[in-house]
Design a protein. Structure first.
Length: 276
């Protein structure tokens, strides 16, 4: 489990880079004022990990928020992702420059392959290794990779992935993948940790009442205690603050198991073997 002191708590990735253990997702936040306002508000309220992607089409708004936040760049941890339509060696190098231009950054903290896709992720990874070795990126990783994708990647790479960002929540606990990644020093990160707003479950409601927290806070704390970094998306200021208020209580082992028992292998996003 992480050292769970607050939003400024960090975990060391296998290359020594320190990554915040809690962040803001920006999927579906529209470019311009919506993305800028949400990200700027989150940073002002202690968030340091901001997650975006080329395919979210909001990198420019995220970049504006970073510039206007007046928080030193080195305190922030910015993630973006190469889209499937940009996979391939040369196209990944071009896509990276486009993302950096939109974000208006000199370096990136974490660059991820958004989906494994069909046949290009090895060439994509080699381009990312080049950028990493040049110091343009502090850490590199993947999204939505299953064990067999990771095996193929690690059989063909010079730099092992530091992060695997996947859909992860009480109905899709990803326990086997989590253990696989832990054994290989790959940090698991959870997108859609709140099941895209589907929070009304008897077990979760019972625990929310027990701990005096809301259902979202129970789920986010569960992820943290498993050693998984959650990045809940919100553009709502009240929820951005509430989501981060998960460092003043601890779920018991019994209650952790109750949530683990909700697993149904149920996805709300695409399956990595069939998506794209």
């Amino acid at each position: 489990m992480f050292e769970l002191k607050g939003l400024d708590s960090r975990i060391k990735l296998h290359n020594g880079v320190e990554m915040p253990i809690f962040g803001l997702g920006t999927w579906k936040l529209k470019d311009g004022d919506e993305a800028k306002t949400a990200v700027k508000f989150a940073i002002e309220h202690g968030y340091r990990l901001i997650d975006t992607a080329a395919a979210y089409f909001n990198e420019r708004g995220v970049g504006q928020a970073i510039r206007e936040s007046n928080v030193p760049r080195e305190e922030l941890f910015i993630t973006t992702k190469v889209a499937n339509y940009d996979q391939g060696y040369d196209s990944t190098l071009r896509a990276f420059e486009e993302s950096m231009d939109k974000l208006d950054l000199d370096y990136l903290d974490l660059y991820l392959i958004h989906w494994p896709g069909k046949n290009k992720f090895i060439d994509t990874w080699r381009a990312m290794e080049k950028l990493y070795e040049e110091g343009r990126i502090k850490a590199i990783g993947v999204c939505n990779f299953l064990e067999h994708h990771l095996e193929r990647l690690m059989d063909n790479c010079s730099v092992a992935p530091m992060v695997n960002q996947v859909e992860c929540h009480p109905l899709l606990t990803q326990e086997e993948l989590h253990q696989y990644c832990k054994e290989r020093n790959i940090q698991l990160e959870a997108y859609s940790p709140l099941m895209q707003g589907r929070l009304n479950w008897p077990v979760i409601n019972q625990l929310a009442e027990k701990y005096g927290k809301n259902p979202a806070q129970i789920i986010l704390r569960w992820n943290l205690q498993r050693g998984i970094i959650p990045i809940p998306k919100s553009g709502n200021p009240k929820r951005i603050v509430e989501n981060s208020q998960v460092f003043d209580f601890e779920l018991s082992e019994e209650d952790m198991e109750l949530i683990n028992g909700m697993n149904e292998e149920r996805r709300f996003c695409g399956h990595p073997d069939h998506f794209f």
